[in-house]
Design a protein around this ligand. Structure first.
Ligand code: NAD
Length: 350
């Protein structure tokens, strides 16, 4: 399917991923290849319909284009979303089939981990294509699970944004973390080490219990985390955490977390600003994982990763300052920056 999009920065391509029997198991959405191959992870999750799954892939692919552009990476944006089967299934065969689909795009799309996928899954993909990263890291080289890098970038961004929005260090502040998966749990450990207090929630009780025992975090229900008494709200689960229902309940003064597509709609970013809540744009702060993936794919050294990771917090400060100086919310400032960078890539390629 090839559809021109209303925005001028890209063309959208959606490729259906099929299993060995020819049944559709997901899609790969390519948002932009103006700056390089469309790069973005593979989500493995349950969706009620193929339409929901496709809509999520399109949104996530756009977010990857913007994330990669703003992070200064020579990559476009794309995303794969695969339907998680309800019953038992052959996981290795599923990810090999996905690998065939990635290979069929001849390098236009590069995959890695996202929600629901692991390094072991990417190793299966690697059996069918070389356009994959997030593989087992070799000593001295970039690679491996990107989530610790994502957590590191979010943590540094949060520290900077807390100074900006609250006027102090993280020590003694309370952070409400929604979702304690790979990134959320790593973030909790860094926050605890920095002296922050933690309130956490996850639909997976085992994950919550483990962090309560390890870090002394306070657990609340998944319906209570948004309204928890906290200085900072960190969405680290799935998208849409900030919406017309949740924003009025927020007590935090700052939102800074790892989840992609945190704003349910553009208007929700305006509402946050009107409420005086500082929003650290998701794709600006959660770029650490793709920075590591990019270095692995391009054969760059771990020092390059540290360098690019270190640029996240100062970049966020510039965006927050630009937003505070006028009436444009931070997510719009970030989007405009991303579009300018992508448009430059288009012109350079023309
Ligand atoms: P993960 O699957 O390891 O963790 C997600 C966690 O959220 C799980 O523990 C899940 O049980 C929980 N969850 C789901 N719905 C929830 C709800 N309604 N309330 C509370 N908890 C809920 O995934 P991850 O890799 O930690 O990624 C988390 C988020 O960060 C995702 O939005 C992902 O797209 C984004 N992200 C991840 C990376 C990365 O490097 N892994 C990079 C950039 C962005």
């Amino acid at each position: 399917v090839h559809r021109p999009h209303e925005a001028s920065d890209f063309q959208e391509d959606i490729h259906v991923v099929s299993n060995a029997d020819g049944a559709a198991i997901g899609v790969i959405a390519l948002h932009s290849t103006a700056l390089g191959p469309a790069a973005g992870g593979c989500r493995f999750w349950h969706y009620d319909s193929h339409a929901d799954l496709t809509a999520d892939a399109i949104r996530l692919a756009r977010g990857m284009s913007y994330k990669n552009a703003v992070a200064g990476l020579p990559l476009g944006g794309g995303k794969a979303v695969l339907q998680r089967p309800a019953g038992s299934f052959d996981r290795a065969a599923l990810f090999r089939a996905f690998g065939n689909a990635v290979e069929s795009l001849s390098g236009a799309y590069v995959t890695a981990e996202d929600v629901g996928t692991t390094v072991a899954d990417m190793e299966r993909v690697r059996e069918r294509t070389r356009f994959v990263a997030g593989l087992h890291a070799e000593p001295g080289k970039s690679g491996g699970d990107p989530s610790p890098w994502t957590a590191r970038g979010v943590f540094e961004a949060m520290r900077t944004a807390a100074r900006f929005a609250i006027g102090g260090d993280l020590e003694g502040l309370t952070v409400a973390v929604q979702g304690t998966g790979n990134v959320g749990a790593a973030l909790c450990r860094m926050l605890r080490a920095a002296g922050a207090r933690l309130v956490i929630a996850d639909i997976d009780h085992r994950r919550v219990d483990a962090l309560v025992a390890e870090l002394g975090a306070r657990a609340v229900g998944v319906d209570e985390i948004v309204a928890a008494d906290a200085d900072i709200f960190a969405p680290c689960a799935l998208g849409g955490a900030l919406n017309a229902r949740t924003i009025p309940a927020l007590k935090a003064r700052l939102v800074c977390g790892a989840a992609n597509n945190q704003l349910a709609t553009e208007a929700d970013g305006e509402t946050l600003m009107a409420r005086g809540i500082v929003y650290a744009p998701d794709y600006v702060v959660n770029a650490g994982g793709i920075i590591n993936v990019s270095a692995e794919y391009l054969g760059e050294a771990p020092e390059e990763v540290a360098q690019r990771l270190g640029e996240i917090a100062p970049r966020l400060t510039r965006i927050l300052e630009a937003a505070a100086a006028g009436t444009t919310p931070p997510h719009i400032v970030a989007d405009a920056l991303a579009r300018r960078i992508i448009a430059r890539g288009h012109r350079a390629a023309a």
